[in-house]
Ligand binder design. Structure first.
Ligand SMILES: [Zn+2]
Length: 385
């Protein structure tokens, strides 16, 4: 059994230990120490990072009561090593994990819902509850969580005996109460947990719920706390400042101004499309073949071609074949007719000019590979005679 320093003192960030074993597996080395402050992966939380002497700790797992540290290089068995945790990462996780206890405790006491899924990644953590939380519920609980944080309450660890445990009300996902470790937040929550936590709630700083999604009939919250909440606020503030500059508005007006801009863009886009259609039509020089119209343009869109086809039909053209060069100097086409089935013409066009496309009997659009205008006109004359 490894002595678990993190259970006794969550703030232990540097320690000496003796190497009990070092085994190579698939190119990595797994080191067991007589004692460790590295928290192994478990309970929805990843393993601590840091160094054993100068070697990076890549993972920490628990196997039959022995905590093993995955490291990049071999470490001499029997050696006394100096171990250092990545403290910023660990403290940030302690802040989030402690914040989660307050959140889950308050959701349980306010709504009776249980925490049925917890996962901590960087930067956020997710907490799933077995009941639906409305936006109003979330806002209420978020405020209460932070009020609890700011009361700077004590967070204490206890190891009750089996008999004592039967008399205590606590939240737990574990059926097995052997070696029970209880984390109590003064007057707020009591929960079985083996992870490191802060000593007082004030150290959490801030708890911010940033998202809520439906999950198996309940709600899953995405939550930030402490360092990560500050980092997030800083990033959002930078983004907001950038948007303030772009939109030339004060800090609280960005979303309204962005909405206004989006509406303006969509109305300008519509006006632009209408103008482009009018320009396309005014510049069109159709060739008349019997009662049909064939025309060539440059860099028009399908929408513009379609508009021109509609205008030609309105003028009495029985069938329209319109072509426009695209960015690759190939042709896009629109073939339309109110009276005739265009499908045989489209099929023949595609076959003759290596094209792709189709549509309905009275309207088709597609692409043909670059070819001379004369050949296409000859094709049209042959097809429409
Ligand atoms: Zn915990």
């Amino acid at each position: 059994m490894t002595e678990r320093l993190y259970e006794k003192d969550a703030y232990c960030r540097e320690f000496d230990a003796v190497v009990i074993s070092c085994e190579e597996k698939n190119g990595a080395f797994w080191v067991a120490l007589d004692r460790t402050a590295f928290f192994p992966e478990g309970g929805g939380q990843y393993a601590d990072c840091g160094k054993i002497d100068e070697t990076d700790v890549l993972d920490v797992q628990i196997c039959d009561g022995v905590i093993v540290h995955k490291v990049a290089g071999e470490i001499q068995r029997g050696a006394t090593v100096k171990c250092t945790l990545d403290w910023e990462l660990r403290f940030s996780r302690m802040q989030r994990h402690s914040g989660e206890h307050i959140l889950s405790g308050l959701v349980h006491s306010l709504f009776g819902y249980n925490n049925v899924g917890f996962h901590m990644s960087e930067p956020e953590m997710t907490v799933a509850f077995d009941g639906v939380l409305s936006q109003a519920d979330i806002e209420k609980v978020e405020k209460l969580v932070n009020l609890t944080v700011w009361k700077n309450l004590a967070i204490t660890i206890s190891y009750p005996s089996d008999d004592e445990a039967k008399e205590i009300e606590y939240r737990s996902k574990l059926d097995n109460i052997e070696n029970l470790r209880l984390v109590t937040i003064e007057g707020t929550d009591c929960c079985a947990c083996c992870a490191p936590h802060v000593l007082r709630t004030g150290e959490i700083g801030l708890v911010k719920i940033i998202d809520a999604t439906p999950n198996k009939g309940g709600t899953r919250l995405t939550v930030l706390a402490g360092y990560e909440a500050l980092n997030d606020y800083s990033a959002l503030n930078r983004a907001n400042k950038h948007m303030m500059k772009i939109l030339s508005v004060p800090r609280n007006d960005v979303s309204v101004a962005a909405e206004r801009q989006t509406e303006l863009i969509s109305s300008l886009r519509y006006e632009n499309q209408e103008l482009l259609k009018r320009v396309a039509w005014s510049e069109l020089s159709p060739i008349r073949i019997n009662n049909c119209a064939v025309a060539f343009s440059e860099k028009l869109s399908y929408e513009e071609l379609r508009h021109c086809a509609n205008m030609l039909s309105a003028e009495g053209a029985e069938l329209c074949m319109l072509f426009s060069t695209d960015d690759n100097e190939n042709y896009i086409y629109v073939i339309s007719s109110a009276e005739r089935d265009t499908k045989p013409i489209v099929k023949a066009l595609n076959e003759n000019f290596g094209g792709k496309g189709g549509g309905k009997p009275n309207y088709a659009q597609g692409k043909i590979v670059s070819d001379s205008k004369e050949k296409i006109i000859a094709f049209a004359e042959e097809t429409l005679k």
